[in-house]
Design a protein around this ligand. Sequence first.
Ligand code: ADP
Ligand code: MG
Length: 240
Amino acid sequence: MIEFQGVHKWFKKLHVLNNINLLVQPGEVVVVCGPSGSGKSTLIRTINQLEPIDEGKLIVDGMDLSDPKTDINKLRAEVGFVFQQFNLYPHLSVLSNITLAPIKIRQTPRKEAEEQAMALLERVGLAEKKKAYPSQLSGGQQQRVAIARSLAMKPKIMLFDEPTSALDPEMIGEVLAVMKDLAMEGMTMVVVTHEMGFAREVSDRVVFIDHGQILEEASPDEFFINPRQERTKQFLKQVL
Ligand code: ADP
Ligand code: MG
């Protein structure tokens, strides 16, 4: 579903992605972790071309992102992105936040878009908030709406960049629970997170990145019980 082959990226002199090779199979959940500034956000932002790559090959659902003929709008419709900051439209109700893109971009009839939005709100446990505005919701509720909004475009891949980092501790669990359900339903997911409990329980693979390089890639059991690299051990000491 996603294939990085020798991908490099620079910000001026900063070699932010250094020879990334990574394969994500359909239905796989891959957690990306690593120190602050190691290139995690840049890495997942390349997958929907929020950041272009400079060298190598990146193929997402059969689309070659280095090919100028690749349709970025099609790519973005297939790849949902959930950010640390929820980025809901503040002047729109919860329901309208979710129906906006399906109506405007997919030309879904309003009634159908609203029915789908209600089904998604049920799924994230927020059906009763359909008329609320984002400012009337807690951070955890806003993030669950943001996930529902992404799902409304029927993506094949969901990317999460530290989706719980801006939340109060008591709200982290409700967002992780929604993400876990999504994983169980077979969504292909790449998740940047420091929530090592989630990584252990939900992910198929953990990738540790430092200074723009993948230093370790392992099953969660291997990664947590028997990390091979010294830097991984140090990192785990800090986050566990
Ligand atoms: P992480 O998500 O792991 O904290 P990032 O991918 O955000 O790391 O950033 C990796 C490095 O690239 C950092 O040193 C950061 O300052 C730098 N960086 C990120 N975005 C830009 C940008 N748009 N321009 C220049 N440097 C950037
Ligand atoms: Mg980041």
